[in-house]
Design a protein around this ligand. Structure first.
Ligand code: RIB
Ligand code: CA
Length: 306
């Protein structure tokens, strides 16, 4: 079977690092390009982390640096979750900077998409700034994008504010552009991320499994996305899991929009599961996940890494 061509846009980020390892070592994905975006920590740090991960994973996928600030709102970060470096807990080697393209992420994405013989899937697992800039700057790319499978949003409550999930909250205007683009969208939000848990006994298995498992174990000791003892949330791996094993998920095809003006609710993904707004569905929303099957898939996916 041909590998599915994808571009990952990311803000590593401990859960990003795990998702990237799974994607890069999957026999079913062709990761054409990885782009970085200001998110969990600033653009310099996430790009440095991405290059260190490429060295660690011993892969040659090109990396392009993207937006350093959201479109409109002031930057926020998640260093309280991922540590000051964005990937606290493991001493990575210094990166090989030759993988870093001179091109901006948006022009690199345009080139990869336009030149691809088959439609490309975009997999944003950070704030959507680069994706929004791409769609507004180069609308011609739409014809060769298969779908956008993103980690972000929530049908219920948030993790950054009462109602907003971090990737949407960090750049709500960008999210609004992406959700209203008309491109087929899959939203893997908190509803599934909160159930995609890795427990201490799983982390012990990872620690002794291979080099990647051992690295993940050490990152997990610092990761504050949940609790090491009661379950760590594999948010970004849910987007990769949807690509590789969609039957893990229950989905609802419905209308989703992004709140921009609410003083208390800016960045909320308003998921109209009951059709109250009489709008055409624009998103396949992941509303549930089989946590046992996810965990099995997750462990077996890490086993395929170096
Ligand atoms: O809300 C979870 C998301 O925010 C994940 O992508 C995590 O890496 C952070 O960016
Ligand atoms: Ca992320």
């Amino acid at each position: 079977m041909n590998k599915r061509p994808i571009i990952i846009d990311t803000d590593p980020g401990i859960d990003d690092a795990v998702a990237l390892g799974i994607a890069l070592y999957s026999e079913d994905l062709d990761v054409r390009l990885i782009t970085t975006v200001n998110g969990n920590v600033n653009l310099e740090k996430v790009t440095y982390n991405m290059l260190r991960l490429m060295k660690f994973f011993n892969k040659q996928t090109p990396v392009a640096k993207g937006a350093g600030t959201p479109l409109i709102v002031e930057p926020v970060d998640a260093s309280d979750i991922h540590g000051e470096t964005g990937m606290d807990g493991y001493e990575f080697e210094e990166p090989d900077n030759s993988l870093l393209l001179d091109e901006h992420a948006v022009t690199a994405m345009r080139r990869e998409i336009i030149e691809s013989k088959e439609p490309v899937t975009l997999v944003p697992i950070g704030p959507l700034t680069n994706i929004a800039l791409l769609l507004r700057t180069y609308p011609e790319v739409t014809k060769n994008i298969e779908e956008i499978v993103l980690m972000g949003g929530s049908t219920s409550r948030g993790n950054s504010s009462v109602m907003a999930e971090f990737n949407i909250y960090a750049d709500p205007e960008a999210a609004k552009i992406v959700f209203s683009s008309g491109i087929p969208l899959v939203m893997a939000g908190l509803d599934v991320g909160w159930k995609a848990l890795v427990y201490p006994e799983d982390s012990e298995i990872l620690r002794d499994m291979n080099k990647t498992g051992n690295m993940i174990y050490h990152l997990f000791k610092k990761y504050r996305g949940g609790s090491f003892n009661h379950g760590l949330k594999m948010y970004d791996s849910c987007a990769i899991a949807y690509l590789l094993k969609p039957d893990l998920f229950e989905t609802a095809h419905t209308f989703v929009d992004v709140e921009l003006t609410g003083e208390l609710t800016k960045g909320t993904t308003v998921v109209d599961l009951k059709g109250k707004m009489n709008k055409e569905p624009n998103v396949n929303v992941c509303i549930d996940i089989d946590p046992v099957a996810f965990k099995k898939w997750f462990i077996e996916s890490i086993r395929k890494c170096n």
